[in-house]
Design a protein around this ligand. Sequence first.
Ligand SMILES: Cc1cc2nc3c(=O)[nH]c(=O)nc-3n(C[C@H](O)[C@H](O)[C@H](O)COP(=O)(O)O)c2cc1C
Length: 169
Amino acid sequence: MDYMVVYSSITGNTKKIATEIFSALPGMSKDMQSMEEYRGKDADIFFIGFWVNRGTCDMSVIDMLSELRNKKIALFGTCGLGNEEAYFRAIEQKVNVWIPDDCEYLGTFLCQGKMPMQIRAKYEIPMEDPKQEIWRRKMLQNFDEGLFHPNETDLEHAREFVERVLKSI
Ligand SMILES: Cc1cc2nc3c(=O)[nH]c(=O)nc-3n(C[C@H](O)[C@H](O)[C@H](O)COP(=O)(O)O)c2cc1C
């Protein structure tokens, strides 16, 4: 097997990116599985997807990454906060530390993903402190922008990421 795409996704955003990455991979020697389905199917190159959980990936992704040996690994993920390159890079660094030393790290693609409506309620109540109120409004705006992600541009960027990764090896 040339490529395995394995993803962790609760509400479907990361699955959407996984599907795009899978379809952008060339040839027939490829497979895509969710983290729940994955039983150790081998490949030369892994694309591993995660949803951001409290600033990092969830445990299933950490477990999977830690067990890979001598593989080429690219990461991708979705998170609630968008348009923050510094935030994306901070997440990348928190997740790629789990890639073992004998594996080759090929980079990370991140984009915004919509969040469940219950989370919006947290940001709907005005705050007395002016600084917190500015933050609340920013979070509300971010939430509403997130409702449209992953969008077509995100999917295009995911395909471009695959092209860059493949050119680099
Ligand atoms: C429990 C929980 C924790 C989250 N933590 C973060 C976080 O720390 N940073 C962030 O940007 N988004 C966070 N999110 C938002 C998700 O990462 C985002 O909605 C993601 O696209 C979900 O991916 P999925 O649809 O593949 O499950 C969190 C969501 C949940 C439910």
